[in-house]
Design a protein around this ligand. Structure first.
Ligand code: ZN
Length: 255
């Protein structure tokens, strides 16, 4: 039998299984996304005291089981439980969204240490600084890049033309094409989302950033208004699912 694996991990989600167990999905530092069964976690909370709650950063010990895609969760020791994230509904909405899009874009057992670090730093940022849509936009763009889905924002995805500064005709973001299309190329993509030159420039600059800088933290409201739906649609397209936490998050910004 293989020896157990021990790795730092963040709880993405968990759901009940049978009378007394839980299935838990983690993003681990060393093995990418790992889904496992935690025996007795539903009936007795003693064995996994608070460590299976979403967003918890823990030290996970698990063992792979023959003929099963579910690992056996042996132990979870707390590293950082992000208690301050649960003090406001808005922070919970943000954290839920960060873990859900990470879950949606990451493949099972595809090791990616940089995604683990990005998620951990994202949760720390929200816990310490509170909600920020500009930060969320940075988080999405960098996650897409790390997961191998970086959208093309620098030039038209079809004809490779660069956006002319000062042009009044909006370009469009097309999830299906994996980036932006110039006005003529987007004629047949009615579902693509219009993006002004200002939004395009700001998103492209943010995409090049490796970390969040003070001036990135206050994107103009026009950029957020245009950029948020484009990125959300793109992430849903790549994850091939609706994001449950997106409407929850939107509820804080509806007028
Ligand atoms: Zn074009």
């Amino acid at each position: 039998m293989r020896s157990p694996c021990v790795t730092p991990a963040i709880v993405l989600r968990s759901w009940p299984f049978g009378e007394s167990d839980k299935i838990v999905s983690f993003f681990t530092e060393d093995h990418g996304k790992v889904t496992g069964i935690a025996k007795g976690a539903k009936r007795s909370r003693k064995r996994f005291v608070n460590t299976l709650e979403p967003f918890s950063l823990i030290n996970l010990r698990f063992q792979d089981r023959p003929h099963s895609t579910l690992a056996f969760v042996q132990a979870c020791d707390p590293i950082r439980l992000f208690k301050d994230l649960t003090t406001s509904l808005e922070k919970i909405a943000y954290a839920s969204y960060l873990v859900e899009i990470t879950d949606g874009l990451a493949g099972e057992r595809e090791e990616n240490r940089r995604i683990f670090e990005h998620l951990r730093e994202g949760l720390i940022f929200v816990e310490e600084n509170g909600p920020s849509l500009s930060f969320l936009t940075f988080f999405e763009l960098r996650l897409l890049k790390l997961a191998g889905y970086q959208p093309i924002l620098e030039h038209c995805r079809r004809c490779r033309r660069h956006f002319q500064e000062g042009s009044q005709i909006p370009w469009r973001f097309s999830p299906r094409d994996g980036g932006v299309l110039c006005a003529p190329c987007s004629t047949f993509r009615r579902e693509a989302i219009p993006l002004s030159g200002e939004a395009l420039d700001a998103l492209a600059e943010l995409q090049r950033a490796n970390r969040i800088l003070p001036h990135h933290l206050s994107l103009p409201s026009t950029v957020l208004r245009e950029g948020r739906p484009a990125l959300l649609r793109f992430i849903q397209f790549q994850a091939n699912r609706e994001l449950k936490s997106a409407p929850f998050l939107d509820a804080f910004y509806s007028e």
